[in-house]
Design a protein. Sequence first.
Length: 295
Amino acid sequence: MIDIGFIGLGTMGRPMAAHLQAVGHRLFLHDINPVAPEFVAGGGVTCKSGREVAQEADAVIIMVPDTPHVEAVLFGKDGVAEGLSKGKIVVDMSSISPLATKVFAKKIEALGADYLDAPVSGGEVGAKAASLTIMVGGPARAFNTMKPVFERMGKNVTHVGGNGDGQTTKVANQIIVALTIEAVGESLLFASKAGADPALVRQALMGGFAASRILEVHGERMVTRNFNPGFRIGLHQKDLNLALEGARALGISLPGTALAQQLFSSCTAHGGEAWDHSALVRALEMMADHEIAAG
């Protein structure tokens, strides 16, 4: 069983690393905050830097918020790149720029190591339940080595292509999620303003062609007014920025994505950066001067 380095033990990384430790992987851990004592009690080794993690582990998993953070972890002072040797594997499970990912992968490969971009979908709930969807880009040999590791953290693990393709898939996922939240919000707002019970409307729609996981989970959040964050608006804004930046580079238009980003921006302007992304509906409610509520 390979030794795993894990850098980034926040909301997502902590339960993901815990699943790996639970099945017997030896962990080498680094984070900007003190490593949780349960990891040390379970045999995990605290490392002072990414370089030390890379020297000790067979594969290094990174789970941090954004592109600049990944770059710093990899190539900053005492970063992962300084500790790599031939045959090791670097896995970035953050959600970052596909274009930057391709650059990072070439630099890591020049050091003799393999690079996988393996962003996830499923949020904190999926991380805790080990039910994440994991979209992997990079060489097949590295994917085959890491697949059993991924399967300890997720249920739907797919090798989608070369480096950058995993991140591209995650951006595509976030476009669909944002636009579907917006559609669910519009439909329940319409129903509520028209005098129907939005909770019963949602229940009826779940039995038809409009049924979706977002209608099920986030539609309920909208009706019950539960916007405690599972996935924060600020993070979804970051992902849609990646989509819109990529669209400009590709010379294509993503009008629905741009609209969803503006609605998120409206929420942020009203103090909602840390709201759950289902709270996009609040931007629609403010325009309508009407709040969805259970009948």
